[in-house]
Design a protein around this ligand. Structure first.
Ligand SMILES: [Zn+2]
Length: 267
């Protein structure tokens, strides 16, 4: 057990009215980011805590593995100690995992979390603001550069802290954000390995944690290639902005792992 788990709040077994609660423990994390999956024994991130607030409570879900929830709380405490504004936490997973509204293929196993990147100083959000806030993009509309009116060293600090969390597998951000880190980070660049470019992700980062120890039915992603990723693989994302748009192929999600049927349905 790592030290930061000691601060974990007790598991909350009560879900909001009308919503199914978590499947009882012990913890079981089943599936993978390519197939979707589910979770038993999930715990929930409280609506507020030191250095964070959850947002969009009517359309988001805040359940995860104990390691995910503790990691997010640890990140928020670190950010608060560094003088950063409260982190705004979006989707993690539903109480039993499985498909999320909005079509996330990940976020199904309690191992993924979206955290807003806007680090401009601001007061805590009111209840109404938490429902309606739209996270500010860090990237220009053309997708080629960060937006200097939103970007700051505090955003770099937050990404650096997140990349150093225990058990973090990778963090997805918009290619323009990755590009800016490649330019700005000059001393220790080892953590850039964890920060990977992906579609969207201009207003939030997507933190993906590794499978907890002993979860044999939990599939890891293939490891990112070695190095800081500030290379031709990053340039590819900008080259494709110039390429003609290709017709989109309808995506049919693969069937969920069979072991998830009972967990997700509540049986
Ligand atoms: Zn996400």
């Amino acid at each position: 057990m790592k030290f930061y788990l000691l601060a974990l709040v007790p598991p909350i077994a009560v879900a909001a009215a009308g919503q199914i609660g978590p499947a009882p423990g012990p913890l079981r994390v089943i599936g993978g980011p390519a197939t979707g999956g589910c979770i038993a024994g999930a715990v929930s991130l409280p609506p507020d805590g030191v250095g964070f607030q959850t947002i969009h409570p009517d359309r988001s879900a805040f359940w995860g593995t104990p390691q995910t929830i503790a990691g997010l709380q640890f990140l928020a405490r670190q950010a608060a100690a560094a003088g950063l504004p409260s982190l705004l936490m979006e989707d993690i997973s539903r109480a039993r995992g499985g498909p999320m509204p909005g079509g996330h293929i990940s976020h199904q196993m309690g191992l993924d979390a979206d955290v807003g990147l806007d680090m401009r100083p601001r007061p805590p959000l009111s209840q109404a603001e938490r429902q309606t806030i739209e996270l500010r993009s860090m990237v220009r509309p053309d997708g080629r550069e960060v937006d200097p009116s939103a970007w700051s060293p505090a955003v770099v600090s937050l990404l650096h802290m997140a990349a150093g969390l225990p058990d973090v597998d990778r963090i997805l951000v918009n290619p323009a954000i990755k590009q800016q880190l490649c330019r700005e980070v000059t001393t220790d660049r080892s953590w850039l390995h964890v920060i990977r470019p992906w579609y969207g992700h201009a207003a939030h980062m997507h933190i993906h944690f590794r499978c907890p120890a002993g979860q044999d039915a939990c599939q890891e992603l293939a490891a990112p290639p070695p190095g800081d990723g500030c290379d031709a693989s990053l340039q590819w994302w900008f080259d494709r902005l110039d390429a003609p748009a290709r017709p989109t192929v309808p995506h049919r999600p693969p069937p969920a792992p069979a072991a998830c049927a009972a967990i997700v349905s509540g049986g």
